[in-house]
Design a protein around this ligand. Structure first.
Ligand code: NAD
Length: 476
């Protein structure tokens, strides 16, 4: 997919990091300390399945422990390797700092194609992998807290939590050892949708700043914008669904493993997702034009391009042909360092991964806090909030009746105003606030400094500054 000159994912992240630190004035040696990955653990373990022992290779990398626990997803894919896991762990450090989630960066991966194994087999493999990581405190509520990533979801997180619990029967905080769990296993409302929801909030915030919209050679609001999405998995599906159903965007193309579909009228994402779940791909879908070479569709004309599948998909071989004026990196590392340069020169605005997909870790942070506090968000305050609102509504209605004013509150208003915030509303509110605040911290640097010409460099500057401040506070 990439050409020989292309740096590896890890090198790409380091190149982008180096570009940013060259604009900073860090004490000697601190730059190196922040950049390097502290440790990567490789494990090979065997599981007896289908009458023979199968050996699997897994990784857990810890990039920076300036704050603990460290945090980052566990990925199940055949392409998993040390370079990739380390690059992703580094991104987690910068991401957590940018959105002020109090964690260091980590990432894990298992080299496996989850589609090749049955559910009970995957459970045994996951439990065994978990056992290996828990033994070394690489899964631990106060040291290292994984989450879902490509190829994993709620189900795997529930197995991990249960395995940890079996190995730490008296740990009252055991559930906080992993996030992204199902609700009935200690999860939080809104976690599954969180990364896609965060992509939506990021775009909403971007379009609140006409100056930034203009920098991307666009105008107006999100409504009516033509969007291409690559990968209709957890992140891509939720982002596409919310943008089309709530913000008036048109999803004019969807790129999946087996090809792409194009329809200028926009796709019904729910219907398409159901088709993919049933048929395993987009081929044969009764609407839109099918293109077998899906990656080519990244180069199609659109307003917003959302790569939400793999890293390195926009690289030296296709960057010059990318037409989208705005790219939002829902996946981690979809644009290589070389492609980033080409796109910037073309005037394309890139909303960088460390910000764009930070919704997942943000809501993971809320879940971890929920697990440690052992109480659902909203449980104490919701009814109290509702009764105070009821007081106002009753008083307004009494005044209207007493004074013959003839006021009537519309039923829609009353219903909305009287409803106190439950966990989902609070999670969405906290996520929206985080995405707005982090965007503003990036754009401030982007616009205030002449030597910063893009959002990625701005994002690195904001986050490295925070990581450096933690190290300084720790006396390093
Ligand atoms: P997922 O496994 O749920 O979905 C990935 C999707 O991409 C699948 O639909 C898959 O079929 C598709 N895909 C795979 N190869 C493809 C190809 N060559 N071309 C087009 N489509 C392809 O994974 P996810 O959790 O949605 O993660 C996607 C990206 O988002 C990854 O880079 C991940 O690191 C990042 N991310 C995920 C989360 C999260 O909460 N899940 C959080 C932050 C970042």
């Amino acid at each position: 997919m990439t050409t020989a000159k292309e740096p590896t994912f890890r090198e790409s992240v380091d190149l982008m990091f180096n570009r940013a630190v060259s604009l900073m004035d860090l004490p000697p040696g601190l730059e190196e300390k922040i950049r390097v990955c502290n440790a990567t653990y490789t494990v090979r373990f065997g599981v007896r399945l289908r009458g023979q022992i199968h050996t699997f290779t897994g990784y857990r990398s810890v990039h920076s422990e300036h704050m603990e626990p460290v945090k980052g997803g566990i990925r199940y894919a055949m392409g998993v390797n040390q370079d990739e896991v380390e690059a992703l762990a580094a991104l987690m450090t910068y991401k957590c700092a940018l959105v002020e989630a109090p964690f260091g960066g980590s990432k894990g991966g298992l080299r496996i194609d989850p589609r090749e194994w049955d559910e009970h087999e995957l459970e045994r493999i996951t439990r065994r992998f978990t056992h290996e990581l828990v033994k070394r405190d690489l899964i631990h509520p106060s040291q290292n807290v994984p989450a879902p990533d490509m190829g994993t979801g709620e189900r795997e997180m529930a197995w991990i939590a249960d395995q940890y619990k079996r190995m730490h029967t008296t740990d009252i905080n055991a559930r906080a050892c992993v996030t992204g769990k199902p609700i009935n296993a200690g999860g939080i409302q809104g976690r599954t949708e969180a990364t896609g929801r965060g992509v939506q909030y990021a775009l909403q915030e971007f379009f609140r700043h006409p100056e930034d919209v203009k920098a991307a050679r666009l105008d107006g609001k999100l409504d009516g914008k033509r969007v291409i999405v690559q990968g209709l998995g957890n992140v891509g599906y939720h982002a596409a669904k919310f943008l089309s159903e709530e913000d008036g965007c048109k999803i004019i193309a969807v790129i999946e493993r087996d090809g792409a579909l194009i329809d200028e009228n926009g796709f019904d994402i729910e219907a398409l997702r159901n088709w993919i779940s049933k048929h395993g791909g987009v081929d044969g879908y009764p609407r839109g034009k099918y293109v077998r070479d899906g990656a080519k569709v990244l180069e199609h004309d659109c307003d917003i391009l959302i790569p939400a599948a793999l890293e390195g998909v926009i690289n030296l071989s296709n960057a010059a042909r990318i037409k989208a004026p705005l790219v939002i990196e829902a996946a981690n590392g979809p644009v290589t360092a070389g492609a980033d340069e080409i796109l910037r020169e073309k005037g394309c605005v890139i909303i960088p991964d460390m910000y764009a997909n930070a919704g997942g870790v943000t809501v993971s942070y809320f879940e971890w806090v929920k697990n440690l506090s052992h109480i659902r968000f909203g449980r104490m305050g919701r009814r109290q909030e509702e009764s105070r609102h009821q007081l106002i509504v009753d008083e307004l209605e009494r005044l209207s009746a007493d004074q013959n004013l003839g006021w009537t509150l519309t039923p829609g208003f009353k219903q909305q105003y009287l409803k106190g915030a439950g966990e989902l509303e609070l999670v969405r509110s906290g996520l929206d606030d985080t995405m707005r605040a982090a965007y503003q911290s990036m754009r401030e640097v982007w616009h205030a400094r002449e030597d910063v010409t893009d959002l990625r460099t701005a994002a690195y500057l904001v986050s490295i500054d925070k990581v450096a401040a933690s190290y300084r506070a720790a006396g390093l």
